[in-house]
Design a protein around this ligand. Structure first.
Ligand code: TMP
Length: 226
């Protein structure tokens, strides 16, 4: 069976990396071959672009420039790392993916959905996540967590924006989840991390069970489009 591709989305300080670590450890303990990665980044080419974007070096050229840079990084990441890993039966857990572009560059960056979707198609070439966990948290709480984590370091290109912008992003993630309930699951992240982790594990175990059932019924593996 082709590996599973699971992405984690949400605003700043929602706890994505902690939850990805817990889930990865749980799946590995259960014998799964797990690969943890992140965006922007994950492959050498994409990590180079990450530096350009998050330093704010491209901000002056506008959200369309940034959207194309995110997409260039994504395409490299998909082709160099994600697609080969999925083909090798690995379970890939990715910190941010297409929904971050839809929300940050699309909704709060003001780019047209048609442009965002066109760039997205080119960047992922069919590599749609099997599951997207959206960690939901009031923006104010997420920003406080992110500030605490950062310590003395300055806020990055996107963290530094206004509370209203962060709140709009939260709403935009929830709107994606409502529009694509097959792919997306919203998890309340405003709880102790152990509770959040338990819910995520239950969601992923259900997905694995459903997949195994489907492939035993059809006698086919669920390979991803090339
Ligand atoms: P992070 O690694 O701390 O999550 O930082 C990534 C930042 O980049 C975060 O503020 C969200 C933003 N971002 C976008 O604006 N668009 C994207 O497509 C991705 C992947 C991230």
């Amino acid at each position: 069976m082709a590996g599973l591709f699971i992405t984690f989305e949400g605003g700043e300080g929602a706890g994505k990396s902690t939850q990805i670590r817990h889930l990865a450890a749980h799946l590995a303990e259960n014998g799964m071959d797990v690969l943890v990665t992140r965006e922007p980044g994950g492959s050498p080419g994409a990590e180079a672009v990450r530096h350009v974007i998050l330093s704010g070096a491209a901000e002056a050229y506008g959200p369309a420039m940034e959207a194309v840079l995110f997409a260039a990084a994504r395409s490299d990441h998909v082709e160099q790392l994600i697609r080969p890993a999925i083909a090798a039966d690995k379970t890939v857990l990715c910190d941010r993916f297409i929904d971050s572009s839809r929300v940050y560059q699309g909704v709060t960056g003001g780019l047209a959905p048609s442009l965002i979707r066109a760039i997205e198609r080119v960047a992922i070439d069919g590599m749609v996540p099997d599951l997207t966990i959206i960690l939901d948290l009031p923006a104010e709480k997420g920003l406080a967590r992110a500030m605490h984590r950062r310590g003395e370091a300055a806020a990055d290109r996107f963290e530094k924006e206004t509370l209203a912008t962060h709140e709009a992003r939260r709403e935009a993630f929830l709107a994606i989840a409502a529009a694509e309930p097959e792919r997306c699951r919203v998890v309340d992240a405003d709880r102790p991390k152990e509770e959040v982790s338990e819910e995520i594990i239950a969601i992923v175990e259900k997905l694995i069970e459903n997949r195994a059932e489907t492939s035993s019924k059809t006698g086919r593996t669920l390979a991803k489009p090339a």
